[in-house]
Design a protein around this ligand. Structure first.
Ligand SMILES: Cc1cc2nc3c(=O)[nH]c(=O)nc-3n(C[C@H](O)[C@H](O)[C@H](O)COP(=O)(O)OP(=O)(O)OC[C@H]3O[C@@H](n4cnc5c(N)ncnc54)[C@H](O)[C@@H]3O)c2cc1C
Length: 390
């Protein structure tokens, strides 16, 4: 088989890229090692920046999101006995975010790919890249016991943090920057009314908590936990008790609770791999960078990479331009590092660190007090939260 762009991974990055290229008449094949059901079962991000919303609309995959997504003008930050609202819309001169789950985004992209007859090969085993240094790199894989090869012009590594693409950048070229946080997030999804119309971020001495949602009837809650916590020890009752202990009384007393329909623990990590291009291989999304979820940036960064990558490939195939491909890594990393900074900062001010002493706690509370008392600090915070321009 031959294609113009071979894509590894059918997460949001891979599907979105393949859809945007298809709409410009550029051929691609997506290889995914899991089943569609497995990919859809991963409960992850839920807050979309306007840039990502625009990109999904450009990909003709935004119809359901526009109907069912919840536009949020702001969110709350709580610490001590204070509740403070960050008015995103007012602080940014009109920008908002959209609450719409990654599962739904992925489903819409899968449907859009199917509607256009896009080729997405699920359960592709042993995916590998060969001849990357030549003119025609190849993707090899095994499906139903048969070995296959796809000859490509370019390869997009959209295969997430645990994928194989990044390993194809030689060790003497690839630079890794990493920070692993000494805690994780225990997340619960439940068919309950959200505790509030907007997200609530809580800095509590027992640990961070977040009240989030996927719709008006489905809630997503997180509490900070030890990174090696045993999920089995977290019964629903224990989770709800611990969550409510960290929330302001006015929220805890009135919130609806119910059985969890999903429960998982996510480790927190900051990670950047550079460069994001090596010859005919481009990395995008989690294959190149990870952020702790505190700033809701992971999925949104994947989208901005795909904006730059699709523009570069379209520029090449439509206008024989190579400058956009040449500038891809630098352009992405410029935005990636700013989102890394924001996610690290928000994680640092909102969580309880195991080695935190009274001085560290004092600084944290001063930072939150300054933020909530200063219009300038809030304007900067809001500008980053809604997403820096592409
Ligand atoms: C537990 C968790 C919670 C998260 N919560 C949030 C959040 O609240 N907010 C936020 O913004 N972000 C969050 N994120 C991050 C967000 O989900 C990711 O940034 C986003 O999924 C990136 O999309 P992607 O397509 O680049 O990678 P992925 O979604 O990881 O997709 C990569 C795909 O490649 C496939 N693949 C991997 N290896 C191979 C291979 N060898 N061959 C073929 N296919 C392969 C995988 O199966 C997968 O389907 C979370 C991430 C995790 C893990």
């Amino acid at each position: 088989m031959r294609t113009q762009v071979g894509i590894i991974g059918a997460g949001p990055s891979g599907l979105l890229l393949s859809q945007l290229l298809h709409l410009q008449g550029i051929d691609s094949v997506v290889l995914e090692r899991r089943t569609p059901g497995y990919v859809l079962g991963r409960i992850r991000a839920g807050v979309l920046e306007q840039g990502m919303v625009d990109l999904l609309n450009a990909a003709q995959a935004g119809e359901r999101m526009n109907k069912e997504g919840l536009v949020h003008d702001g969110f709350e930050i709580c610490f001590g006995d204070r509740r403070h609202r960050i008015d995103l819309k007012e602080l940014t001169g009109g920008d908002t975010v959209m609450v719409y789950g990654q599962t739904e985004v992925t489903k819409d992209l899968m449907d859009a790919r199917e509607a256009l007859g896009g080729l997405v090969i699920y359960e592709a085993e042993n995916v590998d890249i060969v001849d990357l240094d030549g003119e025609t790199p190849k993707l090899t894989y095994r499906k139903d016991g048969v070995d296959h090869e796809i000859v490509c012009d370019y390869i997009a590594g959209c295969d997430g943090y645990h994928g194989i693409s990044r390993r194809h950048i030689p060790e003497n070229i690839l630079k890794i920057h990493e920070r692993v946080y000494p805690f994780g997030w225990l997340g619960v999804l439940s068919e309950t009314r959200p505790a509030s119309d907007e997200l609530i971020y809580v800095n509590h001495w027992r640990g961070f908590a977040l009240c989030s949602m996927r719709s008006t009837t489905r809630s997503r809650y997180y509490i900070q936990c030890a990174f090696d916590e045993d999920l089995e020890e977290w019964t629903d009752d224990r989770f709800w008790d611990e969550l409510r202990a960290r929330l302001p009384n006015s929220v805890a007393e009135n919130m609806e609770i119910g059985p969890s329909i999903e429960k998982s623990i996510a480790p927190l990590r900051s990670f950047v791999a550079e460069p994001m291009r090596h010859g005919r291989l481009f990395l995008a999304g989690d294959a190149a960078h990870i952020v702790p979820p505190t700033g809701a940036k992971g999925l949104n960064l994947a989208a901005s990479d795909i904006h730059y990558l699709s523009s570069a490939l379209i520029g090449y195939y439509k206008q024989q331009r190579t400058d956009l491909m040449d500038g891809y890594s630098e352009k992405c990393l410029n935005r990636v590092w700013k989102a890394e900074r924001f996610s690290w900062w928000m994680t640092t001010i909102m969580h309880r660190f195991p080695d935190q002493n009274s001085f560290d706690r004092g600084i944290q509370l001063a930072e939150l007090d300054y933020l909530c008392g200063s219009q300038s600090a809030q304007a900067s915070f809001a500008e980053n939260y809604v997403g820096l321009p592409y």
